[in-house]
Ligand binder design. Structure first.
Ligand SMILES: Cc1cc2nc3c(=O)[nH]c(=O)nc-3n(C[C@H](O)[C@H](O)[C@H](O)COP(=O)(O)O)c2cc1C
Length: 218
Protein backbone atom coordinates (compact mmCIF):
# COMPACT_ATOMS: atom_id res chain seq x y z
CA UNK A 1 0.00 0.00 0.00
CA UNK A 2 1.25 3.48 -0.83
CA UNK A 3 2.26 5.54 2.19
CA UNK A 4 0.48 8.73 3.08
CA UNK A 5 3.55 10.81 2.25
CA UNK A 6 3.65 9.42 -1.31
CA UNK A 7 -0.09 9.98 -1.77
CA UNK A 8 0.31 13.58 -0.61
CA UNK A 9 3.32 14.21 -2.87
CA UNK A 10 1.44 12.87 -5.92
CA UNK A 11 -1.58 15.13 -5.42
CA UNK A 12 -1.83 17.99 -7.92
CA UNK A 13 -2.24 21.65 -6.98
CA UNK A 14 -2.94 24.74 -9.12
CA UNK A 15 -4.36 22.51 -11.92
CA UNK A 16 -6.55 23.48 -14.87
CA UNK A 17 -7.27 26.81 -16.50
CA UNK A 18 -6.44 29.47 -13.90
CA UNK A 19 -7.55 33.11 -14.05
CA UNK A 20 -5.01 35.88 -14.26
CA UNK A 21 -5.07 38.66 -11.68
CA UNK A 22 -3.84 42.14 -12.54
CA UNK A 23 -3.23 43.62 -9.08
CA UNK A 24 -2.39 47.04 -10.58
CA UNK A 25 -5.99 47.48 -11.73
CA UNK A 26 -7.59 46.16 -8.51
CA UNK A 27 -10.39 48.30 -7.06
CA UNK A 28 -9.72 50.70 -4.18
CA UNK A 29 -11.88 48.69 -1.78
CA UNK A 30 -11.27 45.07 -0.75
CA UNK A 31 -15.03 44.55 -0.43
CA UNK A 32 -15.40 45.26 -4.14
CA UNK A 33 -12.61 42.85 -5.08
CA UNK A 34 -13.97 40.19 -2.70
CA UNK A 35 -17.41 40.51 -4.31
CA UNK A 36 -15.84 40.09 -7.78
CA UNK A 37 -13.87 37.04 -6.66
CA UNK A 38 -16.86 35.44 -4.92
CA UNK A 39 -18.96 35.83 -8.08
CA UNK A 40 -16.10 34.32 -10.10
CA UNK A 41 -15.98 31.35 -7.69
CA UNK A 42 -19.75 30.83 -8.03
CA UNK A 43 -19.51 31.07 -11.85
CA UNK A 44 -16.58 28.59 -11.89
CA UNK A 45 -18.66 26.07 -9.92
CA UNK A 46 -16.41 26.08 -6.84
CA UNK A 47 -18.28 23.93 -4.28
CA UNK A 48 -19.50 25.89 -1.25
CA UNK A 49 -17.61 29.09 -2.09
CA UNK A 50 -19.28 30.76 0.90
CA UNK A 51 -17.59 28.35 3.33
CA UNK A 52 -14.70 29.95 5.21
CA UNK A 53 -12.36 29.13 8.07
CA UNK A 54 -12.73 31.24 11.20
CA UNK A 55 -9.80 31.30 13.63
CA UNK A 56 -10.21 32.55 17.19
CA UNK A 57 -8.01 32.35 20.27
CA UNK A 58 -8.70 31.52 23.91
CA UNK A 59 -7.57 33.52 26.94
CA UNK A 60 -4.08 31.98 26.74
CA UNK A 61 -3.80 32.86 23.06
CA UNK A 62 -4.22 29.23 21.94
CA UNK A 63 -5.92 29.22 18.54
CA UNK A 64 -8.89 27.20 17.25
CA UNK A 65 -10.32 27.14 13.77
CA UNK A 66 -13.45 25.80 12.14
CA UNK A 67 -15.50 26.21 8.97
CA UNK A 68 -18.52 28.53 8.91
CA UNK A 69 -20.83 29.96 6.27
CA UNK A 70 -20.47 33.59 5.20
CA UNK A 71 -23.87 35.28 5.59
CA UNK A 72 -23.06 38.66 4.05
CA UNK A 73 -20.24 41.14 3.57
CA UNK A 74 -20.73 44.90 3.56
CA UNK A 75 -19.20 48.06 5.04
CA UNK A 76 -19.89 46.69 8.52
CA UNK A 77 -17.85 43.59 7.86
CA UNK A 78 -17.86 39.91 6.90
CA UNK A 79 -20.77 38.28 8.73
CA UNK A 80 -21.33 34.84 10.19
CA UNK A 81 -23.82 33.38 12.65
CA UNK A 82 -23.37 31.01 15.55
CA UNK A 83 -24.18 30.47 19.20
CA UNK A 84 -22.58 32.96 21.59
CA UNK A 85 -22.40 30.03 24.04
CA UNK A 86 -20.33 27.88 21.68
CA UNK A 87 -16.56 27.67 22.24
CA UNK A 88 -15.95 30.16 19.42
CA UNK A 89 -18.62 32.49 20.83
CA UNK A 90 -17.00 32.41 24.25
CA UNK A 91 -13.56 32.95 22.73
CA UNK A 92 -14.86 35.95 20.80
CA UNK A 93 -16.39 37.31 23.99
CA UNK A 94 -12.97 37.16 25.71
CA UNK A 95 -10.89 38.21 22.69
CA UNK A 96 -13.03 39.96 20.07
CA UNK A 97 -10.50 39.59 17.27
CA UNK A 98 -10.37 36.87 14.60
CA UNK A 99 -9.11 35.75 11.22
CA UNK A 100 -11.09 34.41 8.26
CA UNK A 101 -9.85 32.59 5.20
CA UNK A 102 -11.51 31.46 2.00
CA UNK A 103 -10.02 28.92 -0.42
CA UNK A 104 -11.36 28.52 -3.94
CA UNK A 105 -9.19 25.66 -5.36
CA UNK A 106 -10.60 25.65 -8.88
CA UNK A 107 -9.34 29.23 -9.29
CA UNK A 108 -6.21 28.80 -7.12
CA UNK A 109 -7.42 31.69 -5.01
CA UNK A 110 -7.29 32.45 -1.33
CA UNK A 111 -8.60 35.45 0.63
CA UNK A 112 -7.44 36.14 4.20
CA UNK A 113 -8.87 38.71 6.60
CA UNK A 114 -8.01 39.81 10.14
CA UNK A 115 -9.86 42.21 12.37
CA UNK A 116 -12.06 42.95 15.35
CA UNK A 117 -15.37 41.08 15.68
CA UNK A 118 -18.61 42.47 17.12
CA UNK A 119 -22.22 41.36 17.30
CA UNK A 120 -24.38 42.81 14.54
CA UNK A 121 -27.07 43.34 17.20
CA UNK A 122 -30.09 41.50 18.59
CA UNK A 123 -32.45 42.44 15.77
CA UNK A 124 -30.21 41.21 12.94
CA UNK A 125 -29.27 38.10 14.92
CA UNK A 126 -32.98 37.31 15.37
CA UNK A 127 -33.62 37.89 11.65
CA UNK A 128 -30.82 35.45 10.82
CA UNK A 129 -32.29 32.88 13.21
CA UNK A 130 -35.78 33.23 11.68
CA UNK A 131 -34.36 32.75 8.17
CA UNK A 132 -32.98 29.31 9.12
CA UNK A 133 -34.83 26.13 8.16
CA UNK A 134 -36.97 24.35 10.76
CA UNK A 135 -34.32 21.72 11.60
CA UNK A 136 -31.55 24.31 11.85
CA UNK A 137 -33.70 26.47 14.17
CA UNK A 138 -34.49 23.50 16.42
CA UNK A 139 -30.81 22.57 16.63
CA UNK A 140 -29.80 26.17 17.39
CA UNK A 141 -32.51 26.51 20.02
CA UNK A 142 -30.75 23.85 22.07
CA UNK A 143 -27.76 26.17 22.56
CA UNK A 144 -25.53 23.16 23.24
CA UNK A 145 -23.09 23.42 20.33
CA UNK A 146 -19.87 21.50 21.09
CA UNK A 147 -21.10 20.25 24.50
CA UNK A 148 -20.50 16.54 25.15
CA UNK A 149 -23.27 14.38 23.66
CA UNK A 150 -24.11 11.46 25.91
CA UNK A 151 -26.35 9.50 23.52
CA UNK A 152 -28.39 9.74 20.33
CA UNK A 153 -31.52 9.18 22.44
CA UNK A 154 -30.70 12.31 24.48
CA UNK A 155 -30.25 14.26 21.25
CA UNK A 156 -33.52 13.00 19.74
CA UNK A 157 -35.45 13.91 22.89
CA UNK A 158 -33.93 17.41 23.10
CA UNK A 159 -34.64 18.05 19.40
CA UNK A 160 -38.25 16.83 19.74
CA UNK A 161 -38.74 19.23 22.64
CA UNK A 162 -37.17 22.12 20.68
CA UNK A 163 -39.42 21.35 17.67
CA UNK A 164 -42.55 21.44 19.82
CA UNK A 165 -41.43 24.72 21.44
CA UNK A 166 -40.99 26.18 17.94
CA UNK A 167 -44.38 24.81 16.83
CA UNK A 168 -46.02 26.48 19.84
CA UNK A 169 -44.12 29.74 19.33
CA UNK A 170 -43.02 30.12 15.69
CA UNK A 171 -41.45 33.53 16.45
CA UNK A 172 -39.23 32.03 19.14
CA UNK A 173 -35.57 33.05 18.79
CA UNK A 174 -32.63 31.35 20.49
CA UNK A 175 -31.30 34.05 22.85
CA UNK A 176 -27.67 33.10 22.24
CA UNK A 177 -27.91 32.98 18.41
CA UNK A 178 -25.66 35.80 17.21
CA UNK A 179 -24.83 37.36 13.90
CA UNK A 180 -21.23 38.56 14.16
CA UNK A 181 -19.35 40.92 11.85
CA UNK A 182 -15.57 40.86 11.38
CA UNK A 183 -14.48 44.34 10.32
CA UNK A 184 -11.16 43.70 8.59
CA UNK A 185 -8.02 45.69 9.30
CA UNK A 186 -6.24 43.73 6.57
CA UNK A 187 -7.48 41.73 3.59
CA UNK A 188 -5.11 39.72 1.42
CA UNK A 189 -5.97 38.40 -2.04
CA UNK A 190 -3.82 35.50 -3.19
CA UNK A 191 -3.81 34.30 -6.80
CA UNK A 192 -1.96 31.06 -7.46
CA UNK A 193 0.00 30.37 -10.62
CA UNK A 194 1.18 27.03 -12.02
CA UNK A 195 4.75 28.35 -12.45
CA UNK A 196 4.59 29.61 -8.85
CA UNK A 197 4.49 33.28 -9.86
CA UNK A 198 1.78 33.79 -7.28
CA UNK A 199 0.30 37.26 -6.87
CA UNK A 200 -0.45 38.60 -3.40
CA UNK A 201 -2.22 41.89 -2.84
CA UNK A 202 -2.60 43.20 0.71
CA UNK A 203 -5.11 45.90 1.66
CA UNK A 204 -4.54 47.68 4.98
CA UNK A 205 -7.15 49.97 6.51
CA UNK A 206 -5.88 53.44 7.41
CA UNK A 207 -7.00 55.13 10.63
CA UNK A 208 -9.20 57.42 8.52
CA UNK A 209 -11.00 54.36 7.08
CA UNK A 210 -9.50 54.48 3.58
CA UNK A 211 -7.38 51.58 2.26
CA UNK A 212 -3.78 51.39 1.18
CA UNK A 213 -2.58 48.50 -0.98
CA UNK A 214 0.69 46.77 -1.68
CA UNK A 215 2.11 43.58 -3.15
CA UNK A 216 3.71 40.83 -1.05
CA UNK A 217 6.43 38.33 -1.88
CA UNK A 218 5.00 34.88 -2.45
C1 LIG B 1 -19.42 23.72 5.44
C2 LIG B 1 -19.67 23.97 6.91
C3 LIG B 1 -20.44 25.06 7.28
C4 LIG B 1 -20.67 25.33 8.64
N1 LIG B 1 -21.37 26.46 8.97
C5 LIG B 1 -21.56 26.78 10.28
C6 LIG B 1 -22.19 28.02 10.63
O1 LIG B 1 -22.55 28.85 9.77
N2 LIG B 1 -22.37 28.27 11.97
C7 LIG B 1 -21.95 27.40 12.94
O2 LIG B 1 -22.16 27.70 14.12
N3 LIG B 1 -21.31 26.25 12.63
C8 LIG B 1 -21.09 25.92 11.32
N4 LIG B 1 -20.42 24.76 11.00
C9 LIG B 1 -19.92 23.89 12.10
C10 LIG B 1 -18.59 24.47 12.64
O3 LIG B 1 -17.51 24.14 11.75
C11 LIG B 1 -18.23 23.97 14.06
O4 LIG B 1 -18.21 22.56 14.06
C12 LIG B 1 -19.21 24.43 15.12
O5 LIG B 1 -19.63 25.76 14.89
C13 LIG B 1 -18.60 24.32 16.53
O6 LIG B 1 -17.47 25.15 16.61
P1 LIG B 1 -16.79 25.59 18.01
O7 LIG B 1 -16.80 24.36 18.88
O8 LIG B 1 -15.41 26.02 17.64
O9 LIG B 1 -17.60 26.71 18.59
C14 LIG B 1 -20.17 24.46 9.65
C15 LIG B 1 -19.39 23.36 9.25
C16 LIG B 1 -19.13 23.13 7.91
C17 LIG B 1 -18.26 21.94 7.52
Amino acid sequence: MTGLRDVLRALPVFEGELPSFDASSAPASPLELFTEWLHAAVDAGVPEPHAMTLATADAEGRPSSRVLILKDADEEGWQFATSARSPKGRELDGRPFAALSFHWPRLARQVRLRGPVASAGAERSAADFRARGADARAEALLGRQSHALISEAERRAALAEARSRLAAGPDLVAPDWTLYALRPETVEFWQGDRERHHTRLLYRRNTGGSWERGLLWA
